[in-house]
Design a protein around this ligand. Sequence first.
Ligand SMILES: NC(=O)c1ccc[n+]([C@@H]2O[C@H](COP(=O)([O-])OP(=O)(O)OC[C@H]3O[C@@H](n4cnc5c(N)ncnc54)[C@H](O)[C@@H]3O)[C@@H](O)[C@H]2O)c1
Ligand SMILES: O[C@H]1[C@H](O)[C@@H](O)[C@H](O)[C@@H](O)[C@H]1O
Length: 341
Amino acid sequence: MGDLLGVAVLGAGHIGADHIRRLDQVVSGARVAAVADPDTARAKEAAAGIEGVSVHAEAEAALDAAGVAAVLIASPDPAHEEALLAAYARGLPVLCEKPLVPDSAGALRVLEAEARLGRRLTQTGFMRRYDAEYRQLKSLLDSGRLGRPLMLHCTHRNVSSPPGFTSAMLVSSSVSHEIDAARWLLGQEVTAVTVLRPRSSAYAPAGLLDPQFVLFETSAGTLVDVEVFVNCGFGYQVRCEAVCEAGSARIGDGHTMVVTAEGGAREEVPQDYLVRFADAYDREMQAWVDATRQGRVTGPGAWDGYVASAVAEAGVRALESGHRTTVELAARPELYAGVDR
Ligand SMILES: NC(=O)c1ccc[n+]([C@@H]2O[C@H](COP(=O)([O-])OP(=O)(O)OC[C@H]3O[C@@H](n4cnc5c(N)ncnc54)[C@H](O)[C@@H]3O)[C@@H](O)[C@H]2O)c1
Ligand SMILES: O[C@H]1[C@H](O)[C@@H](O)[C@H](O)[C@@H](O)[C@H]1O
């Protein structure tokens, strides 16, 4: 047990419990050393049967627990900043679920705290970078075989939104994935955002602006459109089509099963991100554990988390104002020069 990376998991909710199972049963080189959740019954349930784990109501108690050498943050978005700063104060490496911090001022405080430490400690949980289909698309775009990308058409649908999900969160939480994926796939920054509001679905909770149509402009003049619809009712669908000068490429239909029965064929649609992106979460976590054990940080970092929050914030302003909104980014600290692709 001594050789394994001892991880404190903060938040044992929907994804936290799945990550605890993943660390315990799927990933090699790590163990769950502590779990914190103010709902201690939930924490105990998620930690049940794991040898040597301690359970806490307070995040900081878990960070200080015996055997903890790294932190996985899976608490609600607004709790991330405090948890990240507490991890940095202890010099602990972190895998933080997206969004790093939902507001850009908070994300910048985190970025500056890490820059003051003078070493990178954070991997941000943009797991699409570890998805086989996304990686295939990136390799194709990087190869130049299709010429320059002109447009990305993206679809992001959830069966239903969790309680408390707001109109702003369609952009700040859900579309944060497309923001990071577009930056990563294209190697370009997002410079402006426009959000259009089709009429809302009668099946969305009252007052929720759902669906939304988000349009990003990039530094090289590529357009990225995203249909985000978090109460579509029928399935979890994430698709991306890159339209380039010499061809197009589409991903997002590779995780389906076609069932033929009773004289017809039926294509099954995953109902949840835990199913659609299961492989990506596994690879993301294994990459984090491997890098952390070697004293390194790889994958999307705090800078990527900050940029996604700044772009999303411009998106929320665009949603509220109805106007095209430009993205303002802070200067990139030296610590993050050329490290995030
Ligand atoms: N990468 C992805 O695809 C993905 C998927 C789902 C969720 N997420 C992110 O993961 C995070 C958790 O989402 P979820 O759906 O599991 O939420 P959830 O509401 O199901 O679970 C959150 C848990 O955190 C606990 N909690 C509240 N405050 C806490 C604190 N200060 N410290 C520790 N625990 C605390 C809650 O009691 C709850 O059990 C969010 O940031 C969300 O955006 C990412
Ligand atoms: O927190 C979740 C998660 O990030 C999912 O990947 C996304 O599809 C949902 O819209 C979001 O609410």
